[in-house]
Design a protein around this ligand. Structure first.
Ligand code: AMP
Length: 491
């Protein structure tokens, strides 16, 4: 029989989140200290529901995604229960693997392992992570020293099991994290093999974004009398995110991206595309055009992916061009802006993508480029958000008459109209330009080699770049519109 606990509040930390302080949990001092130092005060919904259940030793089937505080929801109670085994011995035998956390991708494994290290920093519990794509030797050394918490991707874990680098016969807790994705990727046989090495008597926690029939089958086979915890997935977008949909075609999208970044004075942004190939190409083009850009997609080597993430997190690069799959679950939040360079195929991905910005009360900007062939996808987003989308034209600086250049552009309001044209209705989906911009001659700029900007450390490339991508015959006396951005008080 399955018990169901459900919560209909948003899965993000919002004003609606029930306030339940970590202090009420009576976590052991070393864990409480780590949590306090990490700045956690109240629990997220998944934590408030899962932690007491895991502390009781029950199996859990949790519907929650990365970004909901799920890692602490399982790691803190597991570690609390494991503290009875804690010891400072240097003998590997005294540190057998007691908790195994399985994740589908290297990035997620790395991220979860980082968090677990932080939660356990004041305990004697050891943790490590193993994933493919990098040398096995350093991982082997860590495993041989003995670890209580092992975070792993299935393929690499099997390699280590076969090489007898780790023994799993003392595992008490297993977490199948992002289980739906593990099945999508085809890890079911690997999971079955791994689970066959574990003691039957154990606690199993399964987390998945959806409870598909396959996930239910997996749960039926491996979970015992689980408590089901559902934290409703929010399809609402945060009110702190300013959303714009611009009608723009083909190559003009890059030009529009440059202009909006500059007009708005945006320091860092996520740029979403729909394909791996498109991702690599766009990142290369933007880099050539002087923007500090990195790409994140499935074809990148492990090293490249970790470097891409690090360089974005450290602020070394300004733009992270990513596919949905590569970006899903990554712990990068509070990005000032998100661009949907390609409108997502699934409306739900729109919500996830723009959820990267405008978090925790910060204001954020979400820009979606819409070409004529994308209208059906716009309708899907409208249906999901239950809001009418207003398509706006991009006003390119160099196309405006001089008087207008000193005014506002791309701020969501259509201020300028030539005298003979009446203002278009904002609620009408119309592509404002009679002449598609991509039919104009290609800009020789794109043929030029990349020239680094003058002071890359001090400002985003679009603010210091001497060249203007896609600008045609721009007179040298047109000043950059950095100042214009400052005028854009949000409506
Ligand atoms: P996760 O879903 O576990 O990947 O967590 C997403 C992010 O939320 C991570 O950066 C965590 O450090 C952070 N986080 C988790 N729980 C809390 C909390 N109760 N309060 C504040 N931040 C949290």
């Amino acid at each position: 029989m399955t018990e169901l606990i459900s919560d209909s509040v948003s899965n993000e930390l919002t004003a609606d989140t029930p306030i339940m302080a970590f202090a009420q949990l009576q976590l052991a001092a070393p864990l409480a200290r780590a949590v306090a130092e990490m700045g956690y005060e109240s629990m997220t919904p998944i934590q408030a529901q899962a932690i007491p259940v895991v502390l009781q030793g029950r199996d859990v089937m949790g519907a929650a995604q990365t970004g909901t505080g799920k890692t602490a929801a399982f790691a803190l109670p597991l570690m609390q229960r494991m503290l009875k085994h804690e010891n400072a011995s240097t003998s590997p035998a005294r540190h057998p693997v007691r908790a195994l956390v399985l994740l589908p991708t290297r990035e997620l494994a790395d991220q979860v392992a980082d968090n677990i290290k932080m939660y356990g920093q004041y305990t004697n519990l050891r943790s490590t992570v193993v994933f493919g794509g990098i040398d096995m030797k350093p991982q082997t050394l860590e495993l041989k020293k003995g670890v209580e918490v092992l975070v792993a991707t299935p393929g690499r874990l099997l390699d280590h099991i076969e090489a007898k680098n780790c023994v799993l016969n003392q595992v008490e807790y297993v977490v199948l994290d992002e289980a739906d994705r593990m099945l999508d990727i085809g890890f079911l046989p690997d999971l079955q093999r791994i689970l066959s090495f574990l003691p039957k008597q154990r606690t199993t926690l399964l987390f998945s974004a959806t409870f598909s029939p396959e996930i239910k089958r997996l749960a039926n086979s491996y979970l015992q009398d689980p408590v089901t915890i559902e934290v409703a997935r929010s399809n609402a977008t945060a009110s702190t995110v300013e959303q714009h949909f611009y009608s723009v075609e083909g190559d003009d999208k890059r030009h529009a991206l440059h202009q909006i970044l500059k007009d708005r004075g945006i320091k860092q942004a996520f740029v979403f595309v729909n394909s791996k190939l498109g991702c690599a190409r766009l990142a290369r083009s933007l880099e050539r055009e002087g923007l500090k850009t990195t790409a994140l997609h499935g074809d990148k080597s492990q090293d490249e992916r970790l470097k891409a993430l690090e360089s974005f997190k450290s602020g070394e690069v300004d733009l992270l061009v990513a596919t949905d799959v590569a970006a899903r679950g990554l712990d990068i939040k509070d990005v000032p802006a998100v661009f949907n360079f390609d409108i997502p195929f699934h409306a739900e991905d729109y919500v996830h993508r723009i959820g990267r910005t405008g978090r925790a009360g910060q204001s954020g900007l979400a820009v979606t480029f819409v070409s004529k062939s994308d209208l059906r996808l716009v309708t899907e987003i409208e249906k999901l958000l239950k809001t009418k989308v207003v398509l706006e034209p991009v006003e390119f600086e160099e196309d405006l008459p001089d008087i207008r250049k000193q005014g506002r552009i791309n701020d969501g309001r259509r201020l300028y109209q030539p005298d003979h044209v009446s203002a278009p209705r904002a609620d009408k989906r119309e592509f404002a330009r009679a002449e598609p911009r991509h039919s104009r001659p290609a800009d020789p700029f794109f043929e030029k080699p990349y020239e680094p900007s003058l002071s890359p450390e001090t400002a985003p490339a679009w603010e210091v770049s001497a060249v203007k991508p896609g600008s045609r015959n721009i007179s040298s006396n047109i000043k950059t519109k950095r100042k214009v951005a400052a005028l854009f008080a949000r409506a």
